[in-house]
Design a protein around this ligand. Structure first.
Ligand code: FAD
Length: 460
């Protein structure tokens, strides 16, 4: 590898290649032990790097903000990490077409702030916004808090530039929404977890900035209320519904009791807690419409209790309660899951899961919360032990009820290393075979993020 590194170092500017002691000093997570890391500054440098690596059949692991949750950046000393850290520029914000052209290594929060300064918003939002990069968001098709209103990352991308495995630059940096001229190739790279190409630049779709934000925490005692109120709120809020997060009782109690800093906005007596948010553009009427929606819902027993945020600080405090995920560590060790399931199946799935956990582990914790409006739940399960055998048993328990109900083992975090063993629970043999053919066509020498999504040895 050293010979190749000597060539690679000539492509990037000073400090672009990190190895040896410098690499150790980075303190990367244990599952990331690359032989070296290369940090290009431009698409052309990425292309040169890939061209050489393709010639030498050298594996490359793309790295963004390293916030991925499925070990998609796992690597060992035979791999070279390709870190997009230096490609972090916002190139253009175009108010007329409401677009932003940006390099892939730019942090999501930087993009959000720049959009805001331009009087617009970039609506993708997730807890890791400060570190996660737009390239990583694209590669994982990240979801987050406002998918119900604006869609996943896929819906935010108009144009894309990608470097293919052999160094070819595929550039389609268009600002247009409609383009039905055959295959929409950029879609293939969205959610491909760095296995088909390196995303280097994107054109993002920006949206008008809302002028109002209304939020409430709501308590209900049965699941039918949760789904009925979702339908009601979508209609009565006139299209301004922007988040519909639900916290099951145990998770709400955990994140609103010491040592958590959040205070309970509602008493800890309900079975379900809905975090409702509406973003609108009608400063005169939005708030009264929001209040009216809740009043009517209370009158019609669609909900049992509600508290409305009085100002921005209270809105932030409500989001902080929902996002205080680290509290689940109180039940360490915990196994975390990110599943998708249709709303008609969700209640029976969770009930069956809790029953099955209780049967197998007399003492267990099952914290449930998530983007319910999108059918996406995060499960944090602790059974007091994290041996491999126990993990397997918990995984089996979580996934068995899911597959039979047509759900997905990964709603938004991707497959990476962590979930590849279970891919067949969500995708058919025909789908997996076609995915492998696509991988083979794009990366015949298997140099791009090897062994992610599926084992390299299973691709011919
Ligand atoms: C506190 C917290 C909250 C989170 N909340 C959410 C959430 O609500 N919704 C959600 O979807 N995710 C969430 N995540 C997961 C994570 O933030 C997302 O997956 C994010 O999109 C990863 O971006 P990244 O830049 O950190 O990518 P990385 O972790 O660096 O990489 C992720 C994958 O993308 C590949 N990759 C990275 N950059 C590129 C590139 N330029 N070209 C090609 N491939 C690339 C990597 O090889 C890897 O396979 C959360 C994570 C944390 C820690």
């Amino acid at each position: 590898m050293q010979n190749l590194l000597n060539h690679l170092t000539k492509i990037v500017s000073q400090g672009g290649l990190i190895q040896g002691e410098q690499l150790k000093a980075l303190g990367l997570p244990r599952y990331m032990q690359p032989g070296a890391i290369i940090r290009p500054s431009s698409t052309e440098e990425v292309a040169e790097i890939l061209k050489l690596c393709h010639q030498h059949q050298q594996s490359i692991v793309p790295m963004g903000g390293l916030t991925g949750l499925v070990q998609g950046t796992q690597c060992n000393n035979t791999d070279i990490g390709l870190w997009l850290q230096r490609m972090n520029k916002i190139e253009v914000i175009d108010n007329q077409s409401r677009t932003m052209t940006v390099q892939a290594g730019t942090a999501l929060q930087t993009i959000q702030e720049a959009a805001e300064q331009a009087g617009l918003i970039f609506p993708l939002d997730l807890g890791a916004r400060g570190s996660a990069t737009i390239g990583g968001n694209v590669a994982t098709n990240a979801g987050g808090n406002r998918v119900i209103r604006y869609g996943m990352t896929r819906e935010q991308i108009l144009g894309m530039e990608v470097v293919l495995a052999d160094g070819t630059i595929l550039s389609s940096m268009k600002k247009i929404t409609k383009d039905n001229t055959g295959y929409d190739l950029k879609q293939l790279f969205i959610g491909s977890e760095g296995t088909l190409g390196i995303v280097t630049r994107v054109v993002l779709k920006l949206r008008p900035a809302p002028s109002t934000q209304d939020m409430a925490f709501i308590g209900t005692n049965n699941f039918k209320q949760v789904t009925d109120f979702l339908n009601f709120a979508e209609t009565s809020l006139g299209g301004s519904l922007s988040a519909y997060e639900v916290l099951w009782h145990d998770y709400y109690q955990l994140v609103t009791s010491p040592p958590a800093s959040g205070k309970p906005p509602l008493a800890q007596q309900y079975k379900y807690y809905i975090l409702l948010e509406a973003l609108g553009g009608d400063s005169k009427n939005d708030h009264s419409r929001f209040v009216e929606c809740l009043e009517q819902a209370l009158e019609n027993n669609l909900i049992d209790d509600a508290v409305i945020a009085k100002n921005q600080a209270e809105c932030q405090a409500m989001w902080a309660i929902r996002d205080d995920v680290t509290q689940v560590r109180q039940n360490s060790p915990v196994f975390t899951f990110d599943v998708s399931i249709s709303l008609d199946q969700m209640e029976s799935y969770i009930e069956q899961l809790q029953l099955s956990l209780n049967t197998q582990w007399a003492t267990n914790s099952c914290m449930v919360f998530g983007h319910l409006g999108d059918g996406n739940l995060h499960l944090n399960i602790g059974v007091g032990d994290n041996s491999t055998a126990t993990r397997e048993a918990v995984v089996k328990t979580v996934y068995s009820g899911l597959t039979s109900r047509g759900g997905s083992i990964s709603a938004e975090h991707g497959v990476g290393i962590q979930k590849k063993k279970y891919l067949a629970l969500t995708k058919s043999a025909t789908e997996i075979a076609l995915m492998k053919k696509i991988k083979q066509a794009f990366d015949p020498r298997h140099i791009l993020n090897p062994n992610k999504i599926f084992d390299q040895s299973s691709i011919s």
